[in-house]
Design a protein around this ligand. Structure first.
Ligand code: CUA
Length: 196
């Protein structure tokens, strides 16, 4: 008499195959590890945002990207660093394929600095390494970021939003000079950096 066909699920496992309970236990452990990592990453985002004063924009300012050069705040003669009556600095920049205008800006150290940026064409990115400055530069909108530089120094300013074939070459510079060496910026001076 032939043996009845055995249930394949009930057969003893051949050597080398891990039983289901062990697999489940391992998978549960990994789920908990992943959940813990997510919790840590969320906590890092919240803590660094608060401690590093990283703010998303609280206002929406629009600007017409096609006529930036014709008038208004971002006309060429108004770009670069301007010193406000209260002593703070405002830097206005335009991002365009593939450069920032002006190509280099000078700002005083130990002074509140407000960057105001917009784009003439596509989305660019503005980032100053080791500072809280990091924003997207979107055509049609004004991005504003505030910071201050404790020490004089040079900051490379890479575009960090892919903006086309020349994206990798879109670098400019923020030159931070000691406060007492920052002289009044004439219309020409404010859009170019001191010769190195
Ligand atoms: Cu501009 Cu990338």
């Amino acid at each position: 008499m032939a043996e009845p066909p055995s249930d394949p699920l009930q057969r003893p496992l051949p050597d080398g195959i891990v039983p289901e309970e062990v697999v489940t236990r391992t998978e549960n452990r990994w789920v908990m590890i992943m959940a813990a990592m997510l919790a840590v990453m969320m906590a890092v985002i919240v803590v660094t945002s608060v401690a590093g004063a990283l703010h998303s924009s609280s206002n929406v300012e629009v600007v017409e990207p096609l006529t930036l050069h014709l008038g208004g705040e971002f006309v060429e003669s108004n770009l670069g660093t301007a010193i406000e009556p209260d002593g703070s600095a405002t830097v206005r920049l335009i991002g365009e394929q593939y450069d920032f205008v002006p190509h280099c800006v000078r700002v005083p150290a130990d002074t509140p600095v407000k960057f105001r940026l917009t784009s003439a064409d596509v989305v660019h990115g503005f980032l100053l390494p080791d500072t809280n400055v990091n924003t997207m530069v979107v055509p049609g909108f004004v991005a504003e970021v505030r910071t201050s530089f404790a020490q004089p120094g040079e900051y490379e300013m890479p575009c960090h939003e892919f903006c086309g074939l020349g994206h990798h070459a879109m670098w400019t510079r923020v030159s931070v000079v000691p406060k007492d060496q920052f002289t009044g910026q004439g219309p020409l001076e404010r859009t170019r950096c001191a010769k190195q």
